[in-house]
Design a binder for this molecule. Structure first.
Ligand code: NAD
Length: 265
Protein backbone atom coordinates (compact mmCIF):
# COMPACT_ATOMS: atom_id res chain seq x y z
CA UNK A 1 0.00 0.00 0.00
CA UNK A 2 1.27 3.44 -0.94
CA UNK A 3 0.56 6.82 0.58
CA UNK A 4 -2.10 8.00 -1.88
CA UNK A 5 -4.46 10.98 -1.69
CA UNK A 6 -6.63 10.30 -4.75
CA UNK A 7 -9.91 12.22 -4.78
CA UNK A 8 -8.84 14.43 -1.87
CA UNK A 9 -8.41 18.20 -1.72
CA UNK A 10 -5.57 19.77 0.24
CA UNK A 11 -5.09 23.39 1.30
CA UNK A 12 -1.39 24.16 1.83
CA UNK A 13 -0.70 27.54 3.39
CA UNK A 14 2.54 29.20 2.35
CA UNK A 15 2.60 26.75 -0.54
CA UNK A 16 4.47 29.05 -2.90
CA UNK A 17 7.95 28.39 -1.48
CA UNK A 18 10.16 26.15 0.61
CA UNK A 19 8.56 23.37 2.61
CA UNK A 20 5.01 24.29 1.58
CA UNK A 21 5.97 24.15 -2.08
CA UNK A 22 7.51 20.70 -1.58
CA UNK A 23 4.35 19.47 0.14
CA UNK A 24 2.04 20.91 -2.53
CA UNK A 25 4.01 19.21 -5.33
CA UNK A 26 4.18 15.84 -3.55
CA UNK A 27 0.50 15.86 -2.58
CA UNK A 28 -0.40 16.51 -6.22
CA UNK A 29 1.79 13.57 -7.28
CA UNK A 30 -0.10 11.46 -4.73
CA UNK A 31 -3.38 12.36 -6.44
CA UNK A 32 -4.70 15.31 -4.41
CA UNK A 33 -6.09 18.54 -5.84
CA UNK A 34 -4.09 21.31 -4.21
CA UNK A 35 -4.97 24.82 -3.11
CA UNK A 36 -1.65 26.66 -3.06
CA UNK A 37 -2.01 29.55 -0.64
CA UNK A 38 0.42 32.41 -0.95
CA UNK A 39 0.90 35.70 0.82
CA UNK A 40 3.33 37.76 -1.18
CA UNK A 41 4.79 35.27 -3.64
CA UNK A 42 2.27 35.20 -6.48
CA UNK A 43 4.85 34.16 -9.07
CA UNK A 44 6.03 31.28 -6.84
CA UNK A 45 2.47 30.06 -6.35
CA UNK A 46 1.68 30.33 -10.06
CA UNK A 47 4.81 28.29 -10.84
CA UNK A 48 3.75 25.56 -8.38
CA UNK A 49 0.32 25.45 -10.03
CA UNK A 50 1.93 25.25 -13.50
CA UNK A 51 4.15 22.36 -12.39
CA UNK A 52 1.21 20.47 -10.90
CA UNK A 53 -0.88 20.98 -14.02
CA UNK A 54 2.03 19.95 -16.26
CA UNK A 55 2.12 16.67 -14.32
CA UNK A 56 -1.59 16.14 -15.00
CA UNK A 57 -2.77 17.32 -11.56
CA UNK A 58 -5.21 20.00 -10.43
CA UNK A 59 -4.28 23.10 -8.44
CA UNK A 60 -5.22 26.73 -7.88
CA UNK A 61 -3.29 29.58 -6.28
CA UNK A 62 -5.14 31.65 -3.67
CA UNK A 63 -3.80 34.76 -1.96
CA UNK A 64 -4.55 35.06 1.76
CA UNK A 65 -2.90 36.41 4.88
CA UNK A 66 -3.37 33.57 7.38
CA UNK A 67 -3.40 36.01 10.28
CA UNK A 68 -6.55 37.72 8.96
CA UNK A 69 -9.85 36.01 9.70
CA UNK A 70 -11.60 37.31 6.58
CA UNK A 71 -8.74 36.15 4.34
CA UNK A 72 -8.82 32.65 5.84
CA UNK A 73 -12.60 32.40 5.39
CA UNK A 74 -12.18 33.52 1.76
CA UNK A 75 -9.36 30.96 1.26
CA UNK A 76 -11.60 28.06 2.29
CA UNK A 77 -14.55 29.45 0.30
CA UNK A 78 -12.35 29.60 -2.83
CA UNK A 79 -11.07 26.08 -2.16
CA UNK A 80 -14.57 24.61 -1.96
CA UNK A 81 -15.68 26.77 -4.89
CA UNK A 82 -12.94 25.29 -7.06
CA UNK A 83 -12.85 21.67 -5.88
CA UNK A 84 -16.12 21.14 -3.94
CA UNK A 85 -14.54 20.19 -0.60
CA UNK A 86 -11.42 20.24 1.56
CA UNK A 87 -10.05 17.05 3.15
CA UNK A 88 -6.59 18.15 4.27
CA UNK A 89 -5.17 21.33 5.76
CA UNK A 90 -1.44 21.84 6.02
CA UNK A 91 -1.01 24.92 8.23
CA UNK A 92 2.53 25.63 7.08
CA UNK A 93 2.92 29.43 6.81
CA UNK A 94 5.50 30.87 9.15
CA UNK A 95 7.95 33.72 9.51
CA UNK A 96 10.93 34.77 11.62
CA UNK A 97 11.65 38.28 12.87
CA UNK A 98 14.74 37.85 14.99
CA UNK A 99 16.15 40.19 17.62
CA UNK A 100 17.91 40.04 20.96
CA UNK A 101 15.22 39.94 23.64
CA UNK A 102 15.68 43.48 25.01
CA UNK A 103 15.72 44.93 21.48
CA UNK A 104 12.69 43.05 20.18
CA UNK A 105 9.87 45.41 19.22
CA UNK A 106 6.29 44.67 20.20
CA UNK A 107 5.49 44.81 16.49
CA UNK A 108 7.95 42.02 15.67
CA UNK A 109 6.74 39.94 18.62
CA UNK A 110 3.12 40.37 17.52
CA UNK A 111 3.72 39.79 13.81
CA UNK A 112 5.36 36.40 14.43
CA UNK A 113 2.69 35.26 16.91
CA UNK A 114 -0.07 36.47 14.55
CA UNK A 115 1.31 34.58 11.55
CA UNK A 116 2.73 31.44 13.15
CA UNK A 117 0.21 30.79 15.94
CA UNK A 118 -3.00 32.76 15.30
CA UNK A 119 -2.70 31.86 11.63
CA UNK A 120 -2.76 28.16 12.52
CA UNK A 121 -5.73 28.71 14.86
CA UNK A 122 -7.74 30.49 12.14
CA UNK A 123 -6.93 27.93 9.43
CA UNK A 124 -7.54 24.91 11.67
CA UNK A 125 -10.84 26.37 12.90
CA UNK A 126 -12.03 26.95 9.34
CA UNK A 127 -10.99 23.39 8.45
CA UNK A 128 -12.79 21.80 11.43
CA UNK A 129 -15.98 23.74 10.65
CA UNK A 130 -15.83 22.63 7.04
CA UNK A 131 -15.05 18.97 7.86
CA UNK A 132 -18.14 18.92 10.12
CA UNK A 133 -20.34 20.49 7.45
CA UNK A 134 -19.07 18.07 4.79
CA UNK A 135 -19.29 14.88 6.88
CA UNK A 136 -18.00 11.59 5.46
CA UNK A 137 -16.84 11.90 1.85
CA UNK A 138 -15.62 8.37 1.34
CA UNK A 139 -12.16 9.44 0.16
CA UNK A 140 -10.23 8.65 3.36
CA UNK A 141 -10.65 6.69 6.58
CA UNK A 142 -10.66 10.01 8.45
CA UNK A 143 -13.28 12.72 8.07
CA UNK A 144 -10.50 15.28 7.75
CA UNK A 145 -6.80 15.77 8.44
CA UNK A 146 -4.90 18.76 9.79
CA UNK A 147 -1.13 19.03 9.81
CA UNK A 148 0.45 21.80 11.87
CA UNK A 149 3.96 22.88 10.81
CA UNK A 150 5.93 23.39 13.96
CA UNK A 151 9.71 23.34 14.46
CA UNK A 152 12.36 21.71 16.62
CA UNK A 153 12.04 25.02 18.48
CA UNK A 154 8.78 23.81 19.98
CA UNK A 155 11.17 22.04 22.40
CA UNK A 156 14.62 23.60 21.86
CA UNK A 157 14.89 27.06 23.44
CA UNK A 158 16.28 29.62 20.94
CA UNK A 159 18.03 32.73 22.20
CA UNK A 160 17.50 35.71 19.92
CA UNK A 161 14.29 34.19 18.56
CA UNK A 162 11.88 34.22 21.51
CA UNK A 163 8.91 35.23 19.38
CA UNK A 164 9.49 32.31 17.00
CA UNK A 165 10.15 29.75 19.76
CA UNK A 166 7.08 30.94 21.70
CA UNK A 167 4.93 30.65 18.58
CA UNK A 168 6.09 27.08 17.90
CA UNK A 169 5.71 26.08 21.56
CA UNK A 170 2.16 27.37 21.20
CA UNK A 171 1.62 25.39 18.00
CA UNK A 172 2.61 22.21 19.83
CA UNK A 173 -0.15 22.47 22.44
CA UNK A 174 -2.65 23.98 19.99
CA UNK A 175 -2.12 20.85 17.87
CA UNK A 176 -2.39 18.37 20.75
CA UNK A 177 -5.38 20.05 22.41
CA UNK A 178 -7.23 20.26 19.12
CA UNK A 179 -6.33 16.65 18.29
CA UNK A 180 -7.84 15.54 21.60
CA UNK A 181 -10.98 17.64 21.05
CA UNK A 182 -11.86 16.44 17.55
CA UNK A 183 -10.45 12.88 17.41
CA UNK A 184 -13.91 11.50 18.28
CA UNK A 185 -15.18 12.94 15.01
CA UNK A 186 -12.40 11.09 13.16
CA UNK A 187 -10.59 14.32 12.42
CA UNK A 188 -6.86 13.60 12.72
CA UNK A 189 -4.58 16.42 13.82
CA UNK A 190 -0.80 15.98 13.86
CA UNK A 191 2.33 18.08 13.65
CA UNK A 192 5.75 18.08 12.03
CA UNK A 193 8.77 19.62 13.72
CA UNK A 194 11.45 20.17 11.08
CA UNK A 195 15.07 20.79 12.00
CA UNK A 196 17.33 22.72 9.64
CA UNK A 197 15.78 22.62 6.18
CA UNK A 198 17.41 24.70 3.44
CA UNK A 199 14.77 27.29 2.41
CA UNK A 200 14.34 31.08 2.17
CA UNK A 201 13.58 31.36 5.91
CA UNK A 202 17.14 30.34 6.93
CA UNK A 203 19.31 31.10 3.88
CA UNK A 204 22.02 32.75 6.00
CA UNK A 205 22.50 29.87 8.42
CA UNK A 206 22.42 27.06 5.83
CA UNK A 207 25.11 28.33 3.46
CA UNK A 208 28.91 28.76 3.62
CA UNK A 209 30.70 28.78 6.97
CA UNK A 210 27.46 29.05 8.91
CA UNK A 211 26.39 25.74 7.37
CA UNK A 212 29.51 24.06 8.79
CA UNK A 213 28.60 25.31 12.28
CA UNK A 214 25.04 24.18 11.79
CA UNK A 215 26.13 20.66 10.79
CA UNK A 216 27.65 20.20 14.25
CA UNK A 217 24.10 20.40 15.61
CA UNK A 218 22.86 17.65 13.29
CA UNK A 219 23.93 14.08 14.19
CA UNK A 220 22.95 12.87 10.69
CA UNK A 221 25.40 15.50 9.26
CA UNK A 222 23.17 16.76 6.48
CA UNK A 223 21.03 19.86 6.14
CA UNK A 224 17.51 18.86 5.19
CA UNK A 225 15.60 19.71 2.03
CA UNK A 226 11.91 20.46 1.55
CA UNK A 227 11.31 16.96 0.16
CA UNK A 228 12.41 15.41 3.48
CA UNK A 229 9.55 17.20 5.20
CA UNK A 230 7.12 16.67 2.32
CA UNK A 231 7.48 12.87 2.50
CA UNK A 232 6.68 12.92 6.24
CA UNK A 233 3.77 15.27 5.54
CA UNK A 234 2.39 12.86 2.95
CA UNK A 235 2.60 9.91 5.32
CA UNK A 236 0.86 11.77 8.16
CA UNK A 237 -2.21 12.79 6.13
CA UNK A 238 -2.50 9.48 4.28
CA UNK A 239 -4.48 6.47 5.51
CA UNK A 240 -1.12 4.77 6.21
CA UNK A 241 -1.08 6.97 9.34
CA UNK A 242 -4.75 6.45 10.19
CA UNK A 243 -3.98 5.58 13.82
CA UNK A 244 -1.57 8.50 14.31
CA UNK A 245 -3.38 11.18 16.28
CA UNK A 246 -1.92 14.17 18.11
CA UNK A 247 1.68 13.23 17.32
CA UNK A 248 4.59 15.46 16.40
CA UNK A 249 6.98 13.86 13.94
CA UNK A 250 10.48 15.33 14.26
CA UNK A 251 12.14 15.53 10.84
CA UNK A 252 15.47 16.89 11.99
CA UNK A 253 18.40 14.53 11.32
CA UNK A 254 18.59 14.00 15.07
CA UNK A 255 18.87 17.68 16.06
CA UNK A 256 16.70 17.06 19.12
CA UNK A 257 18.98 14.25 20.35
CA UNK A 258 21.19 16.61 22.41
CA UNK A 259 24.14 16.50 19.94
CA UNK A 260 26.33 18.16 22.60
CA UNK A 261 26.47 14.74 24.28
CA UNK A 262 27.68 12.92 21.15
CA UNK A 263 31.25 12.65 22.44
CA UNK A 264 30.24 11.63 25.94
CA UNK A 265 29.19 15.18 27.00
P1 NAD B 1 9.57 29.93 3.55
O1 NAD B 1 9.91 31.34 3.91
O2 NAD B 1 9.99 29.44 2.21
O3 NAD B 1 8.02 29.66 3.69
C1 NAD B 1 7.16 30.38 4.53
C2 NAD B 1 5.87 30.59 3.79
O4 NAD B 1 4.94 31.25 4.64
C3 NAD B 1 6.08 31.49 2.55
O5 NAD B 1 5.47 30.88 1.45
C4 NAD B 1 5.37 32.76 2.94
O6 NAD B 1 4.81 33.46 1.83
C5 NAD B 1 4.28 32.23 3.86
N1 NAD B 1 3.73 33.28 4.71
C6 NAD B 1 4.40 34.18 5.48
N2 NAD B 1 3.53 35.03 6.07
C7 NAD B 1 2.28 34.63 5.70
C8 NAD B 1 0.98 35.09 5.96
N3 NAD B 1 0.76 36.13 6.79
N4 NAD B 1 -0.07 34.45 5.37
C9 NAD B 1 0.14 33.40 4.54
N5 NAD B 1 1.35 32.92 4.25
C10 NAD B 1 2.42 33.53 4.82
O7 NAD B 1 10.21 29.04 4.70
P2 NAD B 1 9.99 27.50 5.05
O8 NAD B 1 11.25 27.07 5.65
O9 NAD B 1 9.44 26.74 3.90
O10 NAD B 1 8.90 27.58 6.22
C11 NAD B 1 7.68 26.85 6.21
C12 NAD B 1 7.30 26.47 7.62
O11 NAD B 1 8.28 25.56 8.14
C13 NAD B 1 7.28 27.65 8.62
O12 NAD B 1 6.18 27.49 9.50
C14 NAD B 1 8.58 27.49 9.38
O13 NAD B 1 8.50 28.04 10.66
C15 NAD B 1 8.69 25.98 9.42
N6 NAD B 1 10.05 25.51 9.69
C16 NAD B 1 11.06 25.70 8.79
C17 NAD B 1 12.32 25.22 9.10
C18 NAD B 1 13.49 25.38 8.17
O14 NAD B 1 14.61 25.02 8.56
N7 NAD B 1 13.32 25.86 6.96
C19 NAD B 1 12.56 24.57 10.31
C20 NAD B 1 11.51 24.41 11.20
C21 NAD B 1 10.25 24.88 10.87
Amino acid sequence: MECRLDGQVAVVTGGSSGIGRGIALLYAQAGASVVVNYYSGHEGAAEVVRQIEAGGGRAIAVEADVSREADVEALFAKATGAFGAVDILVANSGIQKDAAFAEMSLQDWQKVIDTNLTGQFLCARAAVRLFRAQGERGVSKATGKILCMSSVHEVIPWAGHVNYAASKGGVSLLMKSLAQEVAGERIRVNGIAPGAIRTAINKESTEGEAAQRLLKLIPYRRIGVAEDVARAALFLVSDMADYVVGATLFVDGGMTLYPGFEDNG
